[in-house]
Design a protein around this ligand. Structure first.
Ligand code: IPE
Ligand code: IPE
Ligand code: MG
Length: 242
């Protein structure tokens, strides 16, 4: 904690951290359990990490929970993931609201059971006025699909080609209103985006750890944020640190 606190005085904190919560299946295997048990352990890790992010003073957190490609998994696993989200929302929305967490959903409701879609909409509505941190849950989210949806909306609106700008495209993505992620963390040691925030991540800093998501701790989060503080973000320019 002290390291990070000391750090804050010299280097800005990321405004937006996005996490690819990977490795639930491998965690389960390591513990001789079913994959579903790994996903459950992963869900149990949400609260401590959301709280730790808020405590650091980071105002935006995005969690990748289910990708548009995750439908390729066996239907039992997919159904298990849907149930876990429903359960999480049933149990945690009130707590998150009390902690002043605004819930936002990234992705589509296509293929999602209407009861679950309703729960997600309600969670968003109930926490609309919360201010401490915006928690975006990417569920049934794919970066490419999000861009396709945006392009469809833009074309349907009849704008002229000259009016198409980066800002216009950003405004039609489901991340509209959320700043681009400064820092993307992926657990379980993989080095890829897996279709996560592919437009928004143009200049994100990247960090990975071999630790599986259920074992990812607030301490590791702080370590990651401290590492972020040493990055030299140039955005194509030359403002290198001395
Ligand atoms: C991440 O864990 C959770 C989801 C993708 C829903 P995985 O289920 O991908 O775990 P591994 O990669 O198989 O270990
Ligand atoms: C990315 O993890 C999606 C989520 C964490 C929700 P995957 O486990 O699905 O990614 P790949 O298939 O290994 O790239
Ligand atoms: Mg995985």
């Amino acid at each position: 904690m002290n390291d990070v606190t000391a750090h804050q005085s010299t280097t800005p904190l990321p405004k937006h951290i996005a996490i690819i919560m990977d490795g639930n299946g491998r965690w389960a295997k390591q513990h001789g359990k079913l994959r579903h048990a790994g996903h459950r352990a992963g869900v149990e890790n949400l609260r401590p990490i959301i709280r730790a992010t808020a405590d650091l003073g980071v105002p935006y957190l995005t969690l990748y929970a289910f990708s548009t490609e995750n439908w390729r998994r066996p239907s039992m696993e997919v159904q298990g993931l849907m149930s876990l989200l429903a359960e999480f929302l049933d149990h945690e929305v009130e707590n998150l609201k009390n902690e002043d967490v605004r819930i936002n959903h990234l992705g589509s409701f296509e293929g999602i059971n209407p009861h679950l879609a309703e729960k997600i909409s309600q969670a968003v509505a109930r926490t609309r006025d919360c201010k401490r941190i915006t928690l975006s849950v990417a569920f049934n989210y794919g970066g490419r699909q999000d861009i396709v949806t945006a392009v469809k909306q833009i074309v349907a609106s009849g704008v002229s080609p000259e009016a198409v700008t980066e800002e216009l495209i950003s405004a039609h993505l489901s991340t509209n209103g959320v700043p681009d992620p400064d820092f993307i963390i992926r657990t379980s040691g993989e080095w890829r985006l897996s279709n996560f925030l592919i437009w928004e991540a143009a200049y994100s800093e990247y960090w990975t750890t071999p630790v599986f998501w259920p074992d990812f701790t607030p301490q590791l989060l702080k370590q990651a944020v401290a590492d972020y503080g040493n990055r030299d973000r140039r955005f194509g320019g030359l403002n290198a640190k001395p």
